[in-house]
Design a protein around this ligand. Structure first.
Ligand SMILES: Cc1cc2nc3c(=O)[nH]c(=O)nc-3n(C[C@H](O)[C@H](O)[C@H](O)COP(=O)(O)O)c2cc1C
Length: 189
């Protein structure tokens, strides 16, 4: 992974990839899948993600005020489905699935690099109403990184020869589409 300039960080999730939300607090850590995340501001980079109030992730995020969004490549589809189908309350998913995690440079959130193509470390922006009413949590991106084989200078490059590094888009019930077959629109006149 190479650091991504913060003004390019929103591009990492602009196309709506399914992400892994990682969290940690007081010696406990967790990871869950989230299909519902999006950028909401370019500079400073801010994002929103739906984290249901029943999840262990939500408990840790509210306690620590931080989380990370890690962007899995297509080769991690089974893992994404697995960590999105069980709760960390039942046991450490990192240990159970053999997930290696580094530490985010600013907030120390777990960041996944093996099989992932990018991550964004975020400080929670407390918004009690949207959290309570819509399970929507806002975050300011304080650090970001990406795999330069597929993301460089603020641009994704999904090609026929990098299928395992293409991002996942959840269609439902464990079926995903890969980001591929890009179309470059002509410059507007
Ligand atoms: C592909 C996929 C996408 C998901 N997207 C979301 C989401 O956007 N928001 C959410 O709250 N839960 C989502 N879930 C469900 C959580 O990942 C699931 O409830 C998880 O078990 C919570 O884990 P935790 O209790 O360890 O935090 C998704 C699950 C899958 C499989």
């Amino acid at each position: 992974m190479k650091p991504v300039a913060l003004h390019h960080a929103s591009r990492l999730i602009n196309h709506g990839p399914t992400v892994l939300v990682t969290s940690a607090h007081a010696g406990r850590r967790n990871v869950m899948a989230a299909a519902w995340s999006m950028p909401v501001e370019l500079t400073p980079p801010r994002i929103a993600v739906v984290i249901d109030k029943s999840t262990f992730t939500r408990e840790l995020v509210m306690a620590s005020g931080a989380f990370a969004l890690c962007i899995p490549g297509a080769a991690l589809a089974d893992l994404v489905y697995a960590v999105g189908s069980t709760s960390g309350r039942a046991g450490d998913k990192f240990a159970r699935h053999g997930i290696a995690a580094g530490s985010g440079p600013v907030l120390g959130m777990p960041v996944l690099e093996q099989g992932c193509v990018g991550w964004l470390e975020c400080r929670l922006i407390p918004e009690r109403h949207t959290e309570e009413a819509y399970d929507t949590c806002f975050g300011e991106v304080v650090a970001a990184a990406a795999d330069p084989r597929v993301f460089a200078d603020g641009h994704w490059s999904f090609r026929g020869d990098n299928a395992d590094l293409q991002t996942l888009h959840h269609l439902g019930a464990g079926l995903f589409a890969r980001a591929a077959g890009t179309v470059q629109a002509r410059a507007p006149l």
